[in-house]
Write a protein that binds this ligand. Structure first.
Ligand code: C2O
Ligand code: CU
Ligand code: CU
Length: 537
């Protein structure tokens, strides 16, 4: 049995008592027959583009006494064709598409969204009532929406315990006081988040600004979102979520399916012209990391990351993207007239681009300089926190629970940055897996990654670096909100806590981990001197 560092023997005993070692066994081997992907005709469906959400009117923004766009988005059950030859798949999602309608916002222009829970009462994926927040007796189809990457007041951020059941709704205000970036919204209900997102609760939220407009990047029909979501599918095309052999403890440590949906379709194609396209890629999968590449020597130039544009385009042959992360890519098909180019995830084909033979005009540009990203200096940080990422295993070495700094969700808030201050958070990953760590509200920069002696840390609490510090890849050297914390290493980020005071969360974006204690609250507190706490919207 492996007990992560930072965990006292007593704490380990408590955890074991609450999660008996036999509680979580490997997934049940007898999975129902799965959809036969090998014999599914590829590239018969055009890549769908999620619809753009439309405001139903305006609403008074009391902070500024102005009218702002007001959206109403239902959360409901619907059936959608994921492939020509597969019968419609049941989803729980936003509007009636998966991904949901894309919200288009402009920097500095607030909007309100009322999210209406119109779900049926019974969940169609297996709830584990042993998980914190998923106890019996709560409405099974509860939900709360979070805009990932949004600088949003705490009451509108989608606090995991602020869920509501069917027939109820919640209105959130989104100030959009941030730079152009691709954000995404998804469910955040405590203890069933992995099931709700797997059921289809995800959509895009784009923020634009005049700086980005001035770059003249490909836009309109030449700007294409690519939302990646993998699923296990039954032979009848319905979503399958595996369980353990114990009916009362179905939680599994990670979900991954062979069927990768792009904008809700399996193996779609996209007709393109021989010119530049901008692809906005979001990994909305529960736990899958992608390593994307194009065939025929087509080059991907990464121009942005989670929180907006990079300082300059970066050539990427293999684009790594972890759950929760986004990548902004430009591909120029000019040299590929008449070709068919596959987008792959390692050896697996995901979709096909069909490049037209006729030459095309291309008035768009790809400037060599994009948006300056001023480097944050370590000396600007007033606090450094060392925070462990840990895994507690059962007797069969199966992960039973994952913890942040050895603490569970309900323990008192331990991270309380002061509004306006800068901190360094050093994640010490004592596990064998990469965990994509996400902080709500803020954007940050990655300082470095450095291998550590895990056993010294676990047994003696001694932090010994056993290699050199490595700077982030050029493709992640921009503003981030999710960082891959690699195994057996320290990963340091530098964060300025701007925006609002109040409670937010930070967590691993592998949703099975997040749902099982790998999420913690943090609280931004007002400075001790004259307090100017909430900024007006
Ligand atoms: Cu993608 Cu807590 O968020
Ligand atoms: Cu988030
Ligand atoms: Cu994790």
């Amino acid at each position: 049995m492996l007990i992560g560092g930072g965990l006292s023997a007593a704490a380990a005993q408590t955890i074991l008592a609450q999660n008996p070692p036999m509680a979580h066994l490997p997934p049940m081997p007898a999975a129902p027959p799965q959809l036969d992907l090998e014999h599914l005709a590829p590239f018969v469906d055009p890549l769908p583009i999620p619809p753009i959400a439309k405001p139903i009117g305006t609403r008074l923004n009391p902070a500024r006494k102005t009218e702002v766009p007001f959206y109403k988005i239902p959360i409901q059950e619907f059936f959608s064709k994921i492939h020509r030859d597969v019968q419609p798949t049941r989803f729980w999602g936003y509007g009636n598409s998966m991904p949901g309608p894309t919200i288009e916002a402009r920097s500095g222009e607030p909007i309100f969204v009322e999210w209406l829970n119109q779900l049926p009462p019974k969940h169609f994926l297996p709830i584990d009532h042993n998980l914190m927040g998923a106890e019996k007796g709560k409405p099974e189809s509860r939900t709360v929406v979070h805009v990932h990457g949004g600088r949003v007041p705490p009451a509108s951020d989608g606090w995991p315990e602020s869920w509501y059941g069917p027939g109820k709704s919640a209105t959130s205000q989104y100030p959009n006081e941030q730079e152009a970036a691709l954000l995404w919204y998804h469910d955040h209900a405590m203890g069933i988040n992995r099931l709700n997102v797997c059921a289809g609760m995800a959509g895009l939220y784009v923020i634009r600004d005049s700086f980005e407009d001035s770059l003249n990047l490909p836009k309109g029909e030449f700007e294409i979102p690519l939302v990646l979501m993998d699923r296990m599918l039954r032979a009848d095309g319905q979503i399958y979520y595996p369980v353990t052999v114990l009916p009362d403890a179905p939680w599994i440590p990670e979900y991954a399916g062979d069927a990768v949906l792009i904008n809700g379709k399996l193996l779609p194609y996209l007709n393109v012209q021989p010119r530049k396209y901008r692809f906005r890629v979001a990994n909305a999968s529960n736990g899958r990391f992608y390593f994307l590449s194009l065939e025929n020597g087509a080059v991907m130039q990464q121009i942005g990351t989670d929180q907006g544009l990079l300082p300059a385009p970066v050539n990427v042959n293999l684009l790594s993207i972890a759950p929760g992360e986004r990548a902004d890519i430009v591909v120029d098909f000019r040299e590929h007239r008449g070709q068919q180019i596959l987008l792959r995830n390692l050896a697996t084909t995901l979709m096909q681009f069909r490049v037209a033979t006729e030459a095309a005009d291309d008035p768009s540009s790809l400037p060599m300089e994009l948006r300056p990203v001023p480097k944050m200096t370590e000396s600007s940080a007033t606090v450094t926190r060392k925070l462990t990422l840990e895994e507690v295993d059962d007797l069969l070495s199966e992960p039973m629970v994952h913890l942040l700094d050895g603490k569970r969700w309900h323990e008192p808030v331990s991270e309380k940055p002061v509004l306006g201050s800068t901190e360094i958070w050093e994640f010490l990953n004592l596990t064998d897996d990469t965990h994509p760590i996400h902080l709500h509200l803020v954007r940050f920069q990655i300082l470095d990654r450095r291998p550590i002696d895990v056993l010294s840390y676990i047994h003696k609490k001694q932090l010994i670096y056993i290699g050199d510090a490595v700077s982030p890849e050029p493709s992640e050297a921009g503003w981030k909100d999710t960082v891959r914390a690699t195994p057996g290493a320290s990963t340091r980020i530098i964060v300025k806590f701007e925006g609002y005071t109040g409670r937010y969360v930070w967590h691993c974006h592998i949703l099975e981990h997040e749902d099982n204690e790998m999420m913690r609250p943090y609280e931004i507190v007002p400075p001790v001197t004259k307090s100017q706490t909430h900024r007006a919207v």
